[in-house]
Design a binder for this molecule. Structure first.
Ligand SMILES: CC(C)(COP(=O)(O)OP(=O)(O)OC[C@H]1O[C@@H](n2cnc3c(N)ncnc32)[C@H](O)[C@@H]1O)[C@@H](O)C(=O)NCCC(=O)NCCS
Ligand SMILES: Nc1ncnc2c1ncn2[C@@H]1O[C@H](COP(=O)(O)OP(=O)(O)OP(=O)(O)O)[C@@H](O)[C@H]1O
Length: 201
């Protein structure tokens, strides 16, 4: 019987280093499907999702050029769980459908699906191995607040809606410890990649 192709799900909390780790896999020639990028695609101007968001939140949710004001939507949904649920019920089915499409197009020896909500949504059903990128919460907060130019409180509010660190680690098949520099992260990804490739041959 043909074996299912290896799809590794790469997850972690905000600012833990998912995108940084995903770039390392890409540099090794592995196809990466990124749920955050897809989440942006489904709300591009003229999409049904952006039209629904406009209708629900009003014109104030759009920038002057009619694109989504992501900063405003971020402030709304992480302060109001009902609005967050509404948005997720709209976006997650569209995001999942595109993830499936893109994974089908992957040509590499194995594929990586990177998603912040892999374990919080049914996206984990699409993968057969789970990689958690992990670092202490203080590092998550300082890296993400610096990157997004927001306060520590803003990042903590988002973290509070995500799976707790230990609960996420408990689901991991493999862990990338991202409390060192980017070279150290790259070395760990390379080790994991070599293990995956050895099992595939
Ligand atoms: C609220 C939005 C517009 C904010 O956009 P913004 O450009 O400021 O942030 P970005 O999209 O880069 O997300 C930053 C990080 O926030 C966290 N995050 C995003 N959405 C969620 C969510 N629904 N629940 C928990 N954490 C989330 C993730 O760690 C993500 O990597 C955007 O995050 C969004 O549309 N979220 C809902 C869609 C979703 O659930 N995306 C997650 C991938 S499936
Ligand atoms: N080992 C590291 N050393 C220094 N900076 C790092 C390291 N890992 C990640 N960073 C930086 O920290 C920030 C957060 O990392 P990254 O964007 O990869 O996190 P993420 O998990 O993808 O976040 P999000 O959930 O918001 O998408 C980025 O600016 C990134 O360049």
């Amino acid at each position: 019987m043909a074996q299912r192709p290896l799809i590794a799900g790469l997850t972690g909390g905000i600012g833990s280093g998912k995108s940084a780790a995903a770039s390392c896999f890409e540099a090794l020639g592995i196809s990466v499907v990124d749920a955050d990028i897809i989440a942006r695609d489904v709300v591009m101007p003229h999409t049904p999702c952006l039209e629904a968001i406009h209708k629900h939140f009003g014109s104030g949710i759009l920038n002057d050029d009619k694109s989504l004001n992501r900063h405003k939507l971020r402030n709304i949904i992480f302060a109001n769980s009902n609005e967050k649920r509404w948005l997720e019920e709209l976006l997650h089915p569209a995001i999942r459908a595109l993830i499936i499409d893109q994974l089908k197009q992957s040509q590499s020896a194995y594929s990586v699906l990177v998603s912040p909500l892999l374990l919080e949504t049914n996206q984990h059903e699409l993968v057969n191995r789970i990689i958690v990128v992990d670092c202490p919460e203080t590092i998550q907060i300082s890296r993400a607040s610096k990157r997004d130019k927001v306060t520590d409180e803003n990042i903590k509010a988002i973290m509070a809606t995500q799976l707790a660190r230990q609960a996420r680690l408990a689901k991991a098949d493999d862990v990338l410890h991202n409390d060192g520099d980017l070279n150290e992260l790259h070395r760990q990804v390379e080790t994991l990649h070599n293990r995956y490739m050895a099992n595939l041959i």
